[in-house]
Ligand binder design. Structure first.
Ligand code: FPP
Length: 244
């Protein structure tokens, strides 16, 4: 059965509806070339652009990118500042393209911790793209899955304390609806680059049933063909699963 995406594009059954990516290895990519780490992030932003383009071509509905983790706040201030500037610039420069390509931007994480100028750029891009109905691009920023689960638990606890819900009402559906990803389906495919075999506090609840593909390539080297290869790998597993 094929599936019509909001963009009106045909998405085949073997195409994941939601791809989540842990973009790792920017620093190593730069080190290997004797470049400062910031150059690795800059090259990584080009892979982001390409991943968005490939997902659009494939008819993927949701692409979630782990762009800045809660733990990343422990990096040197200089690196944090340059990442925030890069993000701001990326959003500013790519907004016309996102509008043209019918991409809708979302952000998940403790966004209040981001610098004001960065938050403004994010809010502006979210607002301007809110009527788009093609690819949903979700940036995980100042994101940690344990923090997300704690935030959801707090919100539920407040509702219980106010008598809005009773403890018996709490089930997996209600819990999911209190996560940052409440309106987003769980990822079908999780990709991590640079060969690391870790989840690193990313979407712990949501990836319960996701297929995981690890690429040995550093994120700046992970391009169109690599993403398509990961989707092919997903399709192979998916088809096998379907016949059991
Ligand atoms: C991991 O590489 C990557 C990050 C911490 C940041 C990801 C950011 C980008 C790809 C830049 C632009 C993002 C957007 C959304 C425009 P690392 O620094 O941990 O690499 P290492 O493990 O080799 O040191």
């Amino acid at each position: 059965m094929s599936h019509n995406t909001a963009a009106g594009m045909e998405r085949e059954n073997d195409i994941p509806r939601h791809i989540a990516i842990i973009m790792d290895g920017n620093g190593r990519w730069a080190n290997a070339r004797g470049l400062p780490r910031g150059e690795g992030h800059r090259a990584g932003a080009e892979s982001v652009r390409e991943a968005v383009e490939t997902c659009r071509q494939l008819g993927v509905d949701y692409l979630t990118l782990y762009a800045f983790s809660s733990e990343n706040w422990n990096r040197p201030k200089k690196e944090i500042d340059s990442l925030m500037k890069l993000l701001e610039r990326f959003l500013r420069e790519k907004l016309p393209e996102m509008l043209k390509q019918n991409v809708r931007l979302h952000a998940i994480g403790r966004l209040g911790m981001l610098p004001e100028s960065c938050r403004q750029e994010i809010n502006q891009a979210i607002e301007k793209t809110r009527n788009n109905n093609g690819l949903n691009l979700i940036l995980a920023l100042s994101y940690g899955s344990r923090e997300e689960i704690v935030d959801a638990t707090r919100n539920i606890a407040v509702k219980v304390a106010h008598g809005e819900i009773s403890p018996e009402d709490i089930d997996t559906t209600l819990f999911s609806s209190h996560l940052y990803t409440s309106n987003i389906p769980d990822p079908d495919l999780l990709i991590r680059t640079s060969g690391e075999l870790r989840i690193s506090n990313f979407l712990l609840w949501q990836i319960s049933y996701s297929e995981i593909v690890i690429s040995p390539k550093n994120w700046p080297d992970f391009r169109n063909a690599d993403l398509r290869a990961a989707v092919d790998e997903y399709a192979r597993r998916h088809r096998r699963f379907g016949t059991v």
